[in-house]
Ligand binder design. Structure first.
Ligand code: ZN
Ligand code: ZN
Length: 368
């Protein structure tokens, strides 16, 4: 698996005229070799020459964390008195065009630019992003398992098993987080809980607001699930419930959103552009007069990273291909009152869109 990915990265490097890839913190490294760099001040960096063996430069004290796949890369532990930037510079050698991971600390990029004044740097995402956006069967299986895990939590929310009324958003968020881990994720990425008027803020930070009766409660949560290959893959789902009886207006607005989300999921066939999927969600919402209250893109790709290519947004003419996996999450947010978002992860299959989430899409009333 890792050898195959390395081969594909090298082919993409040749196509882009890149002599060496430099991967540090962020998702590219675990995707490529199954090792995730610690996000600390000591440098971890995989040096991938276009031909020749890759070398993982890693702090000596972190060497025991590395599953050394010696058929894929060499290991160079560096001691506390060594300069890791100099070690990387030496490995870069005579290369002239380097692609560096987008999440690399600027401290190290600036150090490399100083030590390698003749090297031109570009973003590794230009080389690796398109490869990461096409999932292989192993990746799809992990994404499907992560999706099924958050589906079960959504069902617990909708059944009333997760108490809402009388608790704060933060308490419910903590409970969702516990369940994300209990369901097999190794990391919680977010657990948005937004009640009442807070549901009109798409990225609301759960706080001390106490959830009352007959309110919308928007829950958007997900985590990262480890795979055998070493990299983790993300889940991401949004469901809204009402603590009691929804108003007529809530039912109307939610009906518009449900139609929009269904249309956008159904639109995602091979060859359809990302912006056409966005338009499929936006159309029914705009037609119903709520267009100005749907102020974000329809979705994002998902994989090792929570948000990655392909983005489902106006202006993205990328045509969906088999193996793309992305969210479809339109929303309608009425400031100061309430809001709704409905989100599923969808894989592009040869036979059409293949949703990885199936939790009830209705606006469920809970007595909890
Ligand atoms: Zn989400
Ligand atoms: Zn999302």
């Amino acid at each position: 698996m890792h050898q195959d990915r390395l081969t594909r990265v090298r082919a993409a490097m040749v196509g882009a005229g890149i002599d060496v890839c430099l991967l540090s913190v962020g998702p590219d490294l675990p995707w490529l070799i199954g090792y995730e760099a610690m996000p600390l001040e000591r440098l971890t960096m995989l040096v991938v020459p276009v031909d020749g063996e890759p070398t993982l430069v890693v702090p000596k004290l972190e060497v025991p964390r590395v599953v050394h796949r010696s058929e894929v890369f060499a290991l160079r532990g560096w001691g506390e008195s060594e300069d890791p930037v100099a070690i990387v510079s030496e490995l870069v050698g005579s290369a002239r065009h380097a692609a560096i991971g987008n999440r690399t600390w600027s401290q190290f990029l600036v150090g490399l630019q100083t030590q390698l004044p003749a090297v031109a740097f570009s973003n590794a995402s230009e080389v690796i992003g398109p490869l990461r956006s096409v999932k292989d069967p192993h990746e799809l299986a992990v994404l499907r398992a992560a999706g099924a895990a958050v589906d079960r939590i959504a069902a617990e929310l909708q059944s009333g098993e997760i108490a809402l009324i009388g608790r704060t958003e933060a308490e419910v968020s903590a409970e969702l987080s516990r369940r994300i881990l209990a369901e097999g994720h190794h990391r919680v990425n977010f657990a948005i809980v937004a009640a009442g008027e807070n549901a009109a803020s798409p990225h609301h930070e759960p706080g001390n607001r106490v959830i009352g009766p007959n309110e919308v409660v928007l829950c958007d949560f997900g985590g990262t699930m480890h795979s055998e290959g070493g990299a983790g893959y993300c889940s991401d789902i949004t469901r809204c419930v009402v603590t009691g009886d929804p108003s007529q207006e809530m039912l109307e607005v939610y009906g518009v959103l449900l139609d929009a989300q269904r249309a956008a999921v159904a639109a995602g066939s091979v060859g359809t552009t990302c912006e056409a999927v966005d338009a499929a969600a936006r159309g029914p919402i705009t037609d119903a007069g709520y267009g100005e209250w749907f102020m974000h893109r329809t979705g994002h790709g998902i994989g090792v990273e929570e948000h990655e290519d392909p983005y489902i947004v106006v202006g993205n003419s990328h045509q969906l291909e088999v193996g793309n996996v992305y969210s479809v999450e339109p929303g309608i947010y009425l400031p100061g009152r309430f809001g709704f978002r409905l989100e599923d992860i969808v894989a592009t299959a040869a036979t059409g869109p293949d949703p990885l989430n199936s939790a009830d899409h209705a606006l469920v009333s809970v007595d909890a």
